[in-house]
Design a protein around this ligand. Structure first.
Ligand SMILES: [Zn+2]
Length: 81
């Protein structure tokens, strides 16, 4: 599993934590102070993708629906003028 380095702001102890702790907090092994872990957590990334992905999916559905409707309409005009 990938590790990232964390530095304690209180006693300048440096240690490695699992990448899954990104965006969260860990306790310093030397002095016990709660230290924030740099980086964005995977859940934040997931929600970011969700926020970006939902409107994009809607646009694709609307445009795709319009194109399909136009094709259907053209076809109906062709066979039944
Ligand atoms: Zn410390």
């Amino acid at each position: 599993m990938a590790l990232i380095q964390v530095s304690c702001s209180h006693c300048s102890e440096t240690w490695d934590v699992s990448k899954t702790k990104r965006g969260g907090h860990v306790n310093c092994p030397a002095c016990g102070v709660l230290v924030p872990v740099k980086g964005t957590s995977d859940s934040k990334l997931f929600y970011g993708l969700l926020i970006l992905g939902v409107p994009l999916t809607l646009i694709v559905l609307i445009v795709g629906g319009a194109v399909l409707f136009f094709l259907y309409w053209s076809f109906m005009r062709l066979i039944n003028p």
